[in-house]
Design a protein around this ligand. Structure first.
Ligand code: SR1
Ligand code: MG
Length: 408
């Protein structure tokens, strides 16, 4: 019997090549296969297999028993089932925005999917100060469809509860509960704060009891509000882009949670790119132009989300009580409030906690990096404390501009 049918083991490049040759029916018999492990994320192993003769290629993504970033995180490889199921569902709900899944293997805890090598990871492209004019349109279409169509507004409530059950994801949720909602808000050993920012964090974040209370409320919102099937980790490292297309990958953190979690992650990570360009683009005209594009994009992500959500609501709502006058506004305003709060949490955790982002760590001038970090933290705090006051895209960008003016 093939070793791949017996029991799970983590694959090396040679194993993945053998797997592609003998287990999958994707390549022709005379294919000349080559394999490279290309993963640079925090959790999984990603193998790209290419037939050098035909140029056809696939990705095999395998979940290991520990996170790559640290073996302190023991995470069930079953997350690969969740990821495969979510990608299949999302491709139905929001066609064209996720890679195609060709196969899921519950023994090897791996899935085989479309190779998107003609795309680039958005975080990397933003750090190179590239623009993607379609991004706001695409990401808002994806989020409105996946978040609204998986909610009680649309789904039969028993089917929705079945879906909540299928996508229960305790271990990955625990990572988020710890890394996003707990550790950044006290002097935890696992945090990783540079000396130049530490005093600021001590005073503005760890010592502000009123603020800490708000973060506790948000943690409980994340743990208990089973509103929509989230992507669960929608930062710019989970998004592939090219000029005319956007693909969303890596939904292994998916579960039923507050819809604003996904939108807030997108906004915060665009803000990291904004602060990267503020700190690293020397030429003032180029800096202004690039920042203008990012500002517009941030505004549009919020404003287009709102308008598309309102439009789609009317088309798809099935829940009787959701038709009462004013309920749609109430529901949407709650999502925008959660979006602001999550924007704030993501801004704080990527500066203080263990999982940083290259947009900020890649700023070589340490004083400029510390300034970028203080802007993100101050804005993060305001997004959290004043979350009720955010209504439009302009409200989001104004916070960043305010702290760029006052922090030098
Ligand atoms: C242990 S995993 C660290 C982070 O990487 C993932 O992409 C999530 O954002 C998680 O918080
Ligand atoms: Mg990921």
């Amino acid at each position: 019997m093939s070793k791949f049918k017996e029991s799970y083991f983590t694959m090396k490049e040679d194993d993945a090549l053998e797997y592609a040759t003998f287990v999958l029916n994707f390549f022709s018999l005379d294919a000349e296969l080559s394999c490279r492990e290309i993963g640079d994320g925090n959790l999984n192993y990603i193998f790209r297999i290419i037939d050098l003769k035909s140029g056809r290629s696939i990705i095999i993504k395998q979940a290991g028993p520990y996170a790559r970033i640290s073996d302190e995180f023991k995470v069930s490889p079953d997350r690969n089932r969740i990821e495969s199921d979510v990608l299949k569902l999302q491709s139905k709900l929001a066609e064209g925005f996720v890679p195609e899944i060709y196969n899921y293997d519950p023994i090897m805890n791996c899935c085989v999917m479309e190779d998107l090598s003609d795309y680039v990871i958005m975080r990397k492209a933003l750090i190179e100060h590239k623009r993607f004019p379609l991004f706001a349109e695409d990401i808002t279409t994806f989020m409105v469809k996946t978040l609204l169509l998986t909610s009680d507004i649309v789904m039969n409530h028993k089917d929705k509860k079945e879906s909540v059950k299928n996508f229960i994801n305790p271990e990955l949720c625990e990572i988020t509960e710890d890394l996003v909602y707990t550790e950044p808000f006290y002097d935890c050993d696992r945090n990783d704060v540079i000396d130049e920012t530490r005093k600021f964090v001590q005073k503005e974040i760890w010592s502000d009891e009123k603020f800490l209370l708000e973060t506790a409320k948000l943690k409980f919102e994340f743990m208990t509000n089973a509103q929509s099937l989230l992507h669960g980790d929608l930062h710019t490292g989970s998004i592939f882009v090219k000029a005319d297309s956007t693909k969303i990958i890596d939904p292994e953190f998916a579960f039923y949670g507050p819809a604003g979690y996904d939108i807030g992650n997108v906004i915060a990570n665009l803000i990291f790119a904004y602060e990267n360009s503020e700190a690293t683009i020397e030429d003032t005209t180029k800096k202004k132009e690039y920042k203008n594009w990012l500002e517009e994009t941030i505004k549009q992500v919020i404003d287009l989300f709102i308008s598309k959500f309102k439009f789609m609501w009317k088309e798809v709502v099935t829940e009787r009580t959701a038709n009462y006058k004013g309920f749609d506004e109430y529901y949407l305003q709650n999502i925008i409030k959660d979006t602001a709060a999550v924007t704030g949490c993501e801004l704080c955790r990527r500066i203080i906690g263990m999982a940083h982002v290259k947009d900020i760590t890649g700023i070589e001038d340490i004083n400029k990096r510390a300034r970028a970090e203080k802007i993100c933290l101050s804005a993060g705090k305001k997004f959290i404390i004043q979350r009720e006051s955010f209504k439009t895209g302009a409200d989001f960008i104004n916070v960043i501009k305010e702290f760029e003016k006052s922090i030098n």
